[in-house]
Design a protein around this ligand. Sequence first.
Ligand code: ZN
Length: 144
Amino acid sequence: MDAKVAKKVPVVEGLFTWPAEKPQLIGTRCRTCGSVFFPKKVACNNPACHEKKVEDVLLGTRGKLYSFTIQYYPPPPPFRYSEPFTPYGIGLVELPEGVRIAGILTTGDLNEIKIGMDVELVVDKLYEDEEGNEVVTYKFRPVK
Ligand SMILES: [Zn+2]
């Protein structure tokens, strides 16, 4: 029996809860002014804030598409992608916490991407590494 089992490994540790049935992005909230950041920060970036003590916070998994672009050509290194390359959307998604996050959009049809549409967080394959593991990242998909 072939004992080699493909594992799902996160592209970067600490971006989202993993493994998890309902993955969530891990951000930072300032304990003084309430500003929320993603990815995690070691201090508050609000120039008007003086205390700057922060804590990890799990972000909401649904948001609205604020803006987007289409990646029509394979991204150059160090970025990687699934072969064969197919064009995909890259969205800027506004979460309920007010933070805007860039991420790949998972849609079968690029024409269905519309500014203002509801999207939800998913964790999905980015590429396969040299050991056959599935390297996963967060993406956003339209809420039907
Ligand atoms: Zn602050």
